[in-house]
Design a protein around this ligand. Sequence first.
Ligand code: ADP
Ligand code: MG
Length: 320
Amino acid sequence: SHLVDRIAAGEVVERPASALKELIENSLDAGATRVDVRLAAGGLDLVEVSDDGTGMAPDELRLAIERHATSKLPNEAIEEVASFGFRGEALPSIASVARFTLESRVRGADGWRLEIDHGVPVGEGPAALPPGTRVRVEDLFGKVPARRKFLRSPRAEYAACLDAVRRLAMARADVAFTLDHDGRRILSLAPAALPARVAALLDSGLSEHGLPIDLDRNGIRLGGVVSLPTFTRGAADQQFLFVNARPVKDRLLVGALRAAYQDLIARERSPIVALFLELPGDQVDINVHPAKTEVRFADPQGVRGLIVGGLRSALDQAGH
Ligand code: ADP
Ligand code: MG
C-alpha cells in the first residue's frame, strides 16, 4: 500500500514547487497573515513553510496526515468553495515521499510535532513555536528513485519554487511573505494593496511601460496591468494570470493574450502581464485536477472576446 501511495503522490507532488504550492495554499486557507518560506537547494533538500494561521491541535495534526482527511469538505456546490484545497490529499502525499515534519500550535495551547519518514511515523512530541504551523519537507523523493530522476537541477527547481511563491503572493496581496533560499533573503513582502504588490513582483520597467486594465462586460471583470507592445520578453515567464483571485496557467487565457498582441509584437515575444479575471462562481470551474490549474469557463468565447477585444482597444487608445 505504500507503493500505491507513492505513485498516487506523484500526481499531486511532482517536484518541490508543487509541494510548496500545496503548503502555501494550506497556510492561506488557515487564515495566515504571514507566510515564511525557506528553501535549500531549490527545494530538493528543504521546503519549509511557516505561517501564523489557526494552527492544529495534536489530534488534528494526526488527522491531517491521513489520506482524504480534510477539514474543508464542501457543504456547498464545489464551485462555491472559496478555499484553495478541499481534497485532503496534499499532506499525506508529501509525507509519503519525503522526511516530513509537521509542527503546529493553536493560540493559547502548547505546540506539538509529528515526524514522518516516507510515510512511516517516526516520532512525535512537544514543539516550541509561535501560534501557527510549520511544515518541513526534506529529501523529497529521496527514497523514490523513479521520481527523483525526473527532478531537474537545484537551479531549475528553485526557479519553479520562486514562480509559485510569486503567483500566490500576487493572489494574496494582503498577506506578508518572505522567501529565503540557501540562507539568502530573496523576497520580503509586506501586506500591500494589489497594485503595489504587483509592482513589487513584476519587472520594475512596468511602472513606465505598463497599461492599467479595468474592464467590465456582462458581469465579467478584467483588471490588472499589461505591458505596452514596446516592452516585451522573450519568454512568457512574466505572465501572471488569475481567475477569481487564484493563480492559473490556462490555455484559453494565454491564447487570448497572444491574440490581443498579435501583429503588435514579434511572434517570439511575450507581453509582461498581471491580469485578474473575476466572474460569477457558476461561470467557472477551477478545481479540475489537484496538480494542474485548468479552468473551465461556461462561456469560453465570451471570456476570450473580453480579453482580446478589451486589451486590443486599451492598447489602441494608448496609441498602439
Ligand atoms: P486539504 O487542504 O485539501 O484539506 P491537505 O492534505 O492539504 O488537504 O491538508 C489536510 C488538512 O490539514 C487540512 O484540511 C487542514 O485542516 C489541515 N492543515 C494543513 N495545513 C494547515 C495549516 N498550515 N494550518 C492549519 N491547518 C492545516
Ligand atoms: Mg491543501
